[in-house]
Design a protein around this ligand. Structure first.
Ligand SMILES: Nc1nc2c(c(=O)[nH]1)N[C@H]1C(S)=C(S)[C@@H](COP(=O)(O)O)O[C@H]1N2
Ligand SMILES: [Mo]
Length: 251
């Protein structure tokens, strides 16, 4: 009698376990199929990810934005800044570049472009920052930069209408490297158009005459040697996003 009950109980549990196994396997299969039949996003400003995966990245972006909004990157005393600053990435830094002919092109809208010299930019109030510059490749270095806050630059040149657009695009003079920055991050208090490193003009391979320095994002976004700045409501072309890296690349 007792044995019979035990047998019954074992059978009951076996059926439950097996049913649970089948249901879990089925859900797994359906999820997998959903993922792969999901339409791929178009190539270009994105990485051709499966739509559900892109949704995850976009959700991450929303969370990061919520936390990074107004948050300041940690800064360090000048004594901690590296004297020998690492050089990483030479895309868009062609050797035949002539700095004496350089002017910053600011495309307010198609057909309406400002041309600025380095002297024009140096007239604006200077801000310095010493922070831990982080590359996605896994290294970081405390470094010291000087320049004008991007937000100050926008105000000074009457780019108020542009600041209501969603994105800023930065491109090197030879168009070999390009990044897109969401406007909120571009206007962040620590985002600089930098023309100095360690109290001296930027070295050539560090982006002379002018580079972006955006401490709230990975190094890939801090474009060296800015040629053109433009504004858009669409995500501007971004070199590493095209290779599959996260467009936002926030820290
Ligand atoms: N024009 C240009 N800017 C660039 C890059 C590049 O290849 N070309 N590389 C980026 C990357 S990946 C990093 S980590 C930083 C490195 O800046 P540094 O050379 O001053 O250390 O520059 C960024 N800006
Ligand atoms: Mo990097």
């Amino acid at each position: 009698m007792a044995n019979r009950n035990v047998d019954k109980e074992i059978r009951r549990r076996t059926i439950i376990s097996f049913s649970v196994f089948i249901i879990v396997a089925l859900l797994g299969f359906l999820g997998w199929r959903q993922l792969y039949k999901g339409t791929k996003e178009p190539k270009g400003t994105t990485a051709g990810l499966q739509a559900p995966l892109r949704k995850v990245l976009n959700a991450n972006e929303t969370v990061f934005r919520a936390f990074s909004n107004g948050n300041l990157t940690k800064t360090y005393p000048k004594s901690m800044a590296a004297k020998k600053v690492r050089v990483n990435g030479k895309l868009g830094m062609s050797v035949n570049f002539d700095p004496s002919k350089w002017k910053l092109r600011v495309v307010k809208k198609p057909g309406d472009t400002l041309l600025l010299t380095l002297a024009d930019i140096k007239k604006l109030p200077k801000t310095e920052i010493i922070f831990d510059f982080k590359c996605v490749e896994g290294w970081s270095q405390i470094s010291h930069w000087g320049g004008v806050k991007f937000s100050t630059f926008m105000k000074h040149y009457g780019l108020n209408a542009q600041s209501h657009l969603g994105y800023v695009g930065f491109v090197t003079p030879d168009k070999g490297y390009y990044v897109g920055i969401d406007m909120q991050s571009a206007l962040h208090d620590q985002t600089l158009l930098a023309y100095e490193m360690n109290d001296a003009p930027l070295p050539d391979d560090q982006g002379y005459p002018l580079r972006l320095m955006i401490p709230i994002k990975y190094g890939i976004k801090s474009l060296k040697r800015i040629g053109t700045i433009s504004f858009s409501d669409q995500r501007p072309k971004d070199y590493w996003a095209e290779q599959g890296y996260d467009y936002y690349s926030g820290l």
